[in-house]
Design a protein around this ligand. Structure first.
Ligand code: ATP
Ligand code: CA
Ligand code: CA
Length: 408
């Protein structure tokens, strides 16, 4: 992944936006979190909570550095997704996203013009999305919810929140919060964004040699003779989950997604240490949910702020927390450990035919799933002649399954 960060100071073009996004998340999410847990209703899928921030502040929203509006979409649905389906620790989530020194900016890796921001601990990604993607996610939220509930091992992007910031002059920025597929503690030596198509799907090989963080594509995969090395067990599990996820995407008319594959070579280890050397961070001074304007410094599980927040949440009326109590750091099992495809150091270790471990860890997931096959896309596909050129995505798992992508 092309992780070249910028230092995000107050003079940075996106400083105000980031400050507002994070302040909104902090206040919006903690407000929702403080309420008594209850079962979801159908209305929760269309609910929206609005917050108005200004320099003065009021009972609902503490004073902020800037004037802006924040909208939290389907907050109960996302809370349920985070806690019950994806097993995130609520205090961790808020802290990761809003503690001091938290975000690194990655220009726009895709062509869509979206921006990606990583939480400081590298677990979460904020991606700005188009209004059409935003509307689409809301429209399929019930189906998405059912799918991830029924498929705890889904490879689809895990959406943790959907929000909007509106700046004083009316500019609206929509964004989602999702899982980062790549681990904080391992170098990724090769990255592939695979669509199961070959048209225009090549990153120039000569450039790739100079840039180890390039995101390579289908033709690079094919020309390099790559395949996922997985023994029969893992291969069967992965193929089956991919089949179900692809089936779901097809049912909601999404066909332009990618299988993202990050490869960590255990022999090479982490000596390149690319990320840590280039990462620069944003250090906001956010108001906290209690209305004070300063945040305590510190990140991660054991920071004084984390412990204080957990204590505060624990010591309040237990009913307010529902049955999903906050785990203490030592009880913290993390959100990936029990998941098959993320069980080996956050990823999936390669195995040979006898299921013996090999020296490679794969970090896999299906990303960019918010663009339905609309008229515009259809025109583009026809024009590019994708129809005749589509190959099975499942070829990448070493077993071809008819995938039927792009043949509408
Ligand atoms: P486009 O629509 O032009 O394909 P986009 O702006 O919608 O691009 P994505 O396709 O979602 O962006 O992502 C672009 C790149 O960012 C991916 O190829 C991958 O390298 C990285 N990326 C995206 N999502 C994740 C994720 N969840 N975890 C790790 N890396 C990611
Ligand atoms: Ca994409
Ligand atoms: Ca996209």
């Amino acid at each position: 992944m092309p992780l070249v960060g910028n230092l995000i100071g107050e003079d940075h073009v996106n400083y105000v936006l980031m400050y507002n996004m994070l302040t909104g998340i902090r206040i919006g999410v903690s407000r929702c979190q403080a309420k008594i847990k209850r079962p979801l209703t159908i209305e929760d899928f269309t609910a929206r909570h609005k917050f108005s921030f200004d320099i003065v502040g009021n009972e609902l929203t503490p004073s902020a550095k800037y004037d802006f509006k924040f909208k939290d979409y389907a907050p109960w649905v996302f809370r349920t997704l985070r806690e019950d389906i994806f097993h995130l620790d609520p205090a961790d989530y808020l802290l990761s996203l809003t503690a001091k020194y938290i975000l690194s900016e990655l220009g726009s890796p895709g062509k869509s013009g979206s921006f990606f921001y990583f939480s400081r601990d590298y677990r979460f990604i904020i991606k700005t999305i188009r209004h059409s993607e935003h509307k689409f996610l809301l429209s399929i939220l019930p189906q998405y919810f059912d799918h991830v509930k029924e498929n705890p091992h889904t490879l689809l992007s895990r959406f943790y929140g959907l929000h909007r910031v509106k700046l004083p002059r009316g500019r609206k920025i929509h964004f989602v919060i999702m899982n980062n597929l790549f681990p904080p503690h391992k170098d990724i030596h090769e990255t592939y964004d695979l669509k199961g198509s070959t048209v225009g799907r090549e990153y120039p090989e000569d450039k790739a040699e100079r840039n180890p963080r390039a995101v390579l594509k289908d033709l690079n995969w094919i020309h390099r003779g790559k395949a996922l090395d997985l023994g029969p067990e893992k291969r069967a599990l992965l193929t089956e989950q991919l089949r179900r996820d692809a089936e779901f995407l097809k049912s909601i008319n999404v066909m332009d997604y990618s299988l993202l594959v990050g490869i960590h070579n255990m022999q090479r280890g982490n000596r390149d240490n690319v990320r840590r050397n280039t990462l620069k961070v944003f250090s906001p001074d956010l108001p906290n949910s209690l209305g004070r304007s300063k945040t305590a410094s510190g990140t991660g599980h054991k920071s004084p702020e984390a412990i204080a927040m957990r204590r505060a949440m624990r010591s309040s009326d237990p009913k307010r927390l529902g049955k999903h109590t906050i785990r203490l750091p030592e009880e913290d099992i993390g959100d990936r450990l029990q998941l098959i495809f993320y069980q080996d150091e956050g990823g999936l270790r390669a195995t040979d035919e006898a299921n013996e471990g090999l020296d490679t860890i794969y970090y896999l997931g299906v990303i960019d799933i918010l663009t339905p096959y609309s008229l515009m896309k259809r025109a583009e596909h026809l024009w590019k002649g994708l129809k005749a050129d589509r190959v099975s995505l499942f070829i990448f798992c070493g077993r071809a399954v008819d995938h039927n992508v792009g043949t509408a």
